[in-house]
Design a protein around this ligand. Structure first.
Ligand SMILES: *[C@@H]1O[C@H](CO)[C@@H](O)[C@H](O)[C@H]1NC(C)=O
Ligand SMILES: *[C@@H]1O[C@H](CO)[C@@H](O)[C@H](O)[C@H]1NC(C)=O
Ligand SMILES: *[C@@H]1O[C@H](CO)[C@@H](O)[C@H](O)[C@H]1NC(C)=O
Length: 264
């Protein structure tokens, strides 16, 4: 999968950093920065069902908003449940040190609400975040096979096939991001993408999709700087790690890439 450079990226990034610094200072003052108590926001408390049938997107968005407003909050996706989600944008700026703890399973689900949407470029879209962590031993499942069906249905439509095959987890214009321990599997496209990001760490993640799935990059970087990716198992049908335009200071070590087209 090859994408074009986002133009004016550097200018935009700089403006956003200044804006973020301003807003963090303001919220810091408001909360006094003296609370160290970790606050847990369990998505079940916000109405998520986790039965693998109902769409839990709304509950996740509500829990995100609540957690985002509090310093050092943890948004918990509990174990032993399967949460169906439509394409979601989870955006900042949030209060400092927000953690998304994934212990259960998050499933990309085509429902009547989203199956007819014209373009689906990403499923979980994280943007405008600073100092944010995703962790836990849970799974984000892109459910590749349902998108295959969707592309067959739309094969003669004006919607380009690529627009019906989302990246599962995408970060846009975000800073100080840590992703560790989770598994991201069976993406219809790229599994984990960073676009216009800085200060990124990825470790001990497991990414897997079968060798036969086309264009399923493991980790995709574009316009992203200061990245460390290590101790991860990546297997997919395309590049395990793909480094595109506008990237620099990328450190990669101890990656087990199998199957896959390597790191490039
Ligand atoms: C957090 O606050 C509690 C009580 O307010 C205190 O006992 C604890 O040591 C603090 N922990 C850290 C890491 O500062
Ligand atoms: C798409 O067009 C081809 C050729 O006209 C046709 O054979 C096929 O059945 C069409 N597919 C769908 C899903 O409509
Ligand atoms: C790596 O992640 C898995 C969960 O996917 C966890 O069980 C394991 O303890 C982690 N390893 C380290 C060294 O943190």
């Amino acid at each position: 999968m090859r994408r074009q450079t986002v133009s004016l990226c550097a200018t935009y990034t700089l403006a956003l950093l200044v804006a973020l610094a301003g807003s963090m200072k303001a919220t810091g003052l408001r909360h006094g920065f003296n609370s160290n108590s970790s606050r847990i926001f369990n998505i079940i408390s916000f109405g998520a069902v986790g039965n693998g049938i109902e769409d839990d997107s709304q509950a996740i968005v509500s829990a995100w908003r609540a957690a985002c407003a509090v310093p050092r909050a943890t948004l918990l996706v509990p174990s032993d449940f399967r949460f169906l989600v439509s394409p979601l944008t989870l955006q900042g700026p949030c209060n400092s040190k927000l953690v998304l703890q994934i212990e259960g399973t998050i499933l990309a689900a085509l429902t009547t609400r989203n199956s007819l949407k014209s373009n689906i470029f990403q499923w979980l879209n994280f943007k405008w975040l600073n100092s944010f962590t995703i962790q836990g031993s849970g799974i984000v499942d892109g459910q590749w096979s349902q998108f295959r069906t969707l592309s067959l249905i739309h094969q003669n439509s004006t919607i380009p096939p690529a627009a019906l095959r989302p990246t599962v987890v995408r970060f846009y214009s975000s800073y100080n991001i840590l992703v560790h321990d989770i598994q991201i599997v069976d993406s219809p496209q790229c599994h984990l993408k960073f676009d216009s990001c800085r200060w990124i760490r990825v470790k001990n993640v497991t990414i897997f999709s079968p060798e036969v799935t086309p264009n399923t990059d493991g980790i995709h970087l574009q316009n992203t700087r200061d990245v460390e990716i290590r101790k991860s198992n990546i297997g997919c049908g395309d590049d395990c790690i793909s480094i595109q335009t506008g990237c620099s200071n990328i450190h990669i070590k101890n990656i087990n890439c199998n199957p896959g087209h390597g790191i490039r």
